[in-house]
Design a protein around this ligand. Structure first.
Ligand code: C5P
Length: 228
């Protein structure tokens, strides 16, 4: 069984996909973390994210593994723990350039499909329902208004979870900065030539702006009896 969750940055995909994985005993696949890991590896090696040939070499040579810790998912790139590094503003700034390179996408999609072969998966990203798993059993396009998305990311950076705590607040200047980054990334991700961010024709659209995480999870689980 494959559940595909796509949507713009900060729409709550990770929180929701993680909760569905736990509740329905599926493997959680964070494809954004894979593009972020390649980006972090390029930055560490001093490779210009605009140098497509060099970035492609890095993408092909990087082994990405997922693990778990009490704090949540962990990620390694070539054996190095990059869990925190892949969430830095520097990676935020460069990841869309890396993920727009067609050969990088080919390498990542191959790994993502291999995950799909291993059993039941809930995968989240930008092109899961359109490219990676076009025959997914359940497809969701998750959105939220930009202000809600920026606030969630800002609260998350400060260690909270606005999807679970509706009264959570964050520094307004930080929210503004994050909003600008989200808008910039969404623009780049949805206008690139290869596998742009867009809903699959058969995706269920859910706007999570005023929904709690439990509500969104319940709405998705109601789409297929195997998730109930
Ligand atoms: O989901 P997250 O915000 O961590 O993704 C980081 C970036 O990785 C996105 O802005 C996008 O450029 C890229 N990405 C992608 N395709 C995916 C998942 C993420 O291009 N399936």
């Amino acid at each position: 069984m494959i559940v595909a969750i796509d949507g713009p940055a900060g729409s709550g995909k990770s929180t929701v996909a993680h909760a569905i994985a736990e509740r329905c005993h599926l493997t959680y696949l964070d494809t954004g973390a894979m593009y972020r890991s390649v980006t972090a590896e390029c930055l560490r090696q001093g490779i210009d994210p605009a140098d497509a040939a060099a970035v492609t070499r890095v993408a092909r040579a990087t082994t990405i593994t997922f693990g778990t810790s009490p704090a949540g998912q962990t990620v390694t790139a070539n054996g190095r723990d990059v869990t925190a590094e892949i969430r830095t503003p520097e990676v935020d700034r460069n990841v869309s350039a890396v993920s727009a390179i067609p050969e990088v996408r080919t390498a990542m999609v191959e790994l993502q499909r291999a995950y799909g072969e291993t059993g039941d998966v809930v995968a989240e990203g930008r092109d899961i329902g359109t490219v990676v798993f076009p025959k997914a059993d359940v497809k969701v396009f998750l959105t939220a208004d930009p202000a809600a998305r920026a606030l969630r990311r800002a609260v998350q950076r400060e260690g909270g979870d606005a999807a679970k705590d509706a009264s959570a607040t964050a520094d307004p200047a930080e929210v503004e900065r994050i909003l600008a980054d989200l808008n910039r990334r969404d623009q780049l991700d949805s206008t690139r030539k290869t596998a742009p961010l867009k809903p699959a024709p058969d995706a269920h659209h859910i706007d999570s702006s005023s929904m709690g995480v439990d509500e969104v999870v319940a709405a998705i689980c109601a789409l297929d009896p195997r998730l109930e």
